[in-house]
Every structure is written in structure tokens, then in C-alpha cells.
Ligand binder design. Structure first.
Ligand code: FES
Length: 98
């Protein structure tokens, strides 16, 4: 569904998305890296468990909430990827503690 522009630049990075290694590019947001990897669901809703995907990609809609390195409610579209980053689909509401 989504593909990179052929002129995309930036160093290749590896991130873990739900425990699976995925290739990203330096300068990608977490949401962009997830979409490029074919991961369309960023979170599920706390009430019905319906899957939600990044929508605005500019920090407005909060549909891209994910858990990053153990911390929930992180906006994937506003967070740049880093080598080795652990990204997890957020299931329902953020857990307490981390
Ligand atoms: S996709 Fe809308 S806030 Fe991230």
C-alpha cells in the first residue's frame, strides 16, 4: 500500500516492531517506518479494541499512539526512529508504571 520514494535518502536503520526486525531510514518517523514495513495498525482502542492507523501524520489526531522502548502513548508520527528502537502496537490504553 505504501512505498518509499526512489530518491529516499538517509542511513538504513533496523528497528523492532512487535519483536520483528524492520528496515527504516534515518529521518523516518516511527509511523512512517511502520507503514513502510506494512504495519498498518499502530494501536487498538481501549473500548472496542478496534484497530487504528496513523491518519494525519502531523501530530493532531493521536491515532498513531504506540509503545516505544516500553513507554506507552508515544506519538509515532512525531518520534524519529533510532537504531535498535523497540516499537510495539499499543493494545488498549497505556499501562501504568512504565
Ligand atoms: S498520525 Fe495523527 S497524531 Fe500521529
Amino acid at each position: 500500500m505504501f512505498r518509499r520514494l526512489t530518491e529516499a535518502r538517509g542511513r538504513a536503520l533496523t528497528v523492532l516492531i512487535d519483536g520483528v526486525a524492520a528496515q527504516a531510514r534515518e529521518g523516518d518517523s516511527v509511523a512512517a517506518a511502520m507503514l513502510a514495513a506494512g504495519r498498518l495498525t499502530a494501536r487498538t482502542t481501549p473500548t472496542s479494541g478496534a484497530p487504528r492507523a496513523p491518519y494525519c501524520l502531523m501530530g493532531v489526531c493521536f491515532e498513531c499512539l504506540v509503545t516505544i522502548d516500553g513507554i506507552g502513548n508515544r506519538q509515532g508520527c512525531m518520534t524519529p526512529v533510532r537504531e535498535g528502537m523497540r516499537v510495539e502496537t499499543q493494545r488498549g490504553k497505556r499501562g501504568l508504571g512504565a
